[in-house]
Design a protein around this ligand. Structure first.
Ligand SMILES: [Zn+2]
Length: 226
């Protein structure tokens, strides 16, 4: 980038996906923002106004409510966003980029690692999902996550709570994969599910909702949260 204005810089074709994305976003801002001001008004640029502009610029997706749910643990939302775009750096993707030789799944070793194996068919992930869903009294395949939410009747609180738990599940399945890869240690599914339920319960309490419907109260009691 040396000697080049950031707004004129174009990432070389062999740059990483992240770097290309960052520079692409900088190019997008160039059309609407100059000298700390928006071109269409005298409003100063702020990180919040920039973020809002960027969000509305992209086409709406039918899983946005899952990604931007206030009950999510913040660190889980980005991994979920990457998961929905199939952007997580699984071994099959790494191999296509020429940076992975061993394609075997580090947890079960019975199959090669790709997005579908990692999240949908691997016995470990399926077990984590079943245990979590037993706690939440729901049942569906994680591959049908978005469809399930659009086809079932839930209160707003149930939708947010169950949604945040599944977003966290994707995050922890991805973390378990990374732990297995680096430390050859595999987290117990029971421990993962307990962690998820605790985390989302803490988020729910922090939201400090003023009025909770009786129906939601009895649903929350049925989860046996401690
Ligand atoms: Zn596996």
């Amino acid at each position: 980038m040396k000697g080049t204005e950031w707004s004129d810089y174009i990432a070389p074709p062999d740059s990483s996906w992240t770097w290309k994305k960052i520079t692409h976003t900088m190019q997008a801002f160039k059309q609407v923002y100059v000298d700390n001001k928006w071109l269409d008004s005298d409003r100063p640029y702020t990180p919040q106004s920039g973020y809002d502009w960027l969000r509305t610029k992209h086409p709406k997706v039918n899983w946005g409510f899952l990604c931007w749910n206030t009950m999510n643990v913040p660190k889980t939302s980005f991994i979920f966003w990457s998961f929905m775009h199939k952007r997580l750096l699984t071994k099959d993707r790494m191999a296509r980029m020429g940076i992975a030789a061993d394609l075997r799944c580090d947890i079960c070793a019975s199959s090669n690692e790709d997005h579908d194996h990692l999240f949908y068919s691997r016995p470990y992930s399926v077990r984590c999902c079943r245990l979590l869903q037993q706690q939440l009294h729901v049942y569906f395949n994680i591959s049908e996550l978005v469809h399930w939410f659009s086809s079932v009747r839930l209160t707003s609180l149930q939708r947010r709570f169950i949604g945040a738990c599944h977003v966290a599940l994707i995050y922890w399945v991805w973390m378990a994969r990374n732990e297995a890869r680096v430390h050859t240690y595999v987290r117990r599914p029971e421990d993962m599910v307990n962690q998820i339920m605790q985390d989302i319960h803490t988020r729910f309490l922090r939201l400090n909702l003023s009025a909770i419907h009786t129906k939601d109260l009895s649903w929350l009691q049925s989860l046996h949260l401690t």
